[in-house]
Design a protein around this ligand. Structure first.
Ligand SMILES: [Zn+2]
Length: 78
């Protein structure tokens, strides 16, 4: 058997978009999308959002931190 290089046509370039939670630094990787706006759409479906409360603004938060912020707000309001 002779070993040779793999076929270039079998190689695919794939971009990965990485979103980092501003609060806990958790990272979310999104591949198979082509643009930042598609990455945002995909992350939004997974529960990633930015948020604003009366005393806090967060640009990007993971689903866990969103939930925590919501709970805190509910507690503060109660
Ligand atoms: Zn987080």
């Amino acid at each position: 058997m002779k070993i040779r290089d793999i076929e270039p046509t079998e190689i695919e370039v794939m971009s990965v978009f990485v979103i980092t939670c501003f609060i806990c630094s958790e990272k979310h990787y999104i591949s198979l999308v082509k643009s930042v706006s598609e990455a945002i759409n995909s992350a939004t479906k997974e529960g990633w959002h930015g948020y604003e409360t009366t005393d806090e603004t967060c640009s990007t938060a993971c689903p866990k931190c969103i939930k925590e912020a919501q709970d805190n707000e509910t507690e503060a309001a109660a």
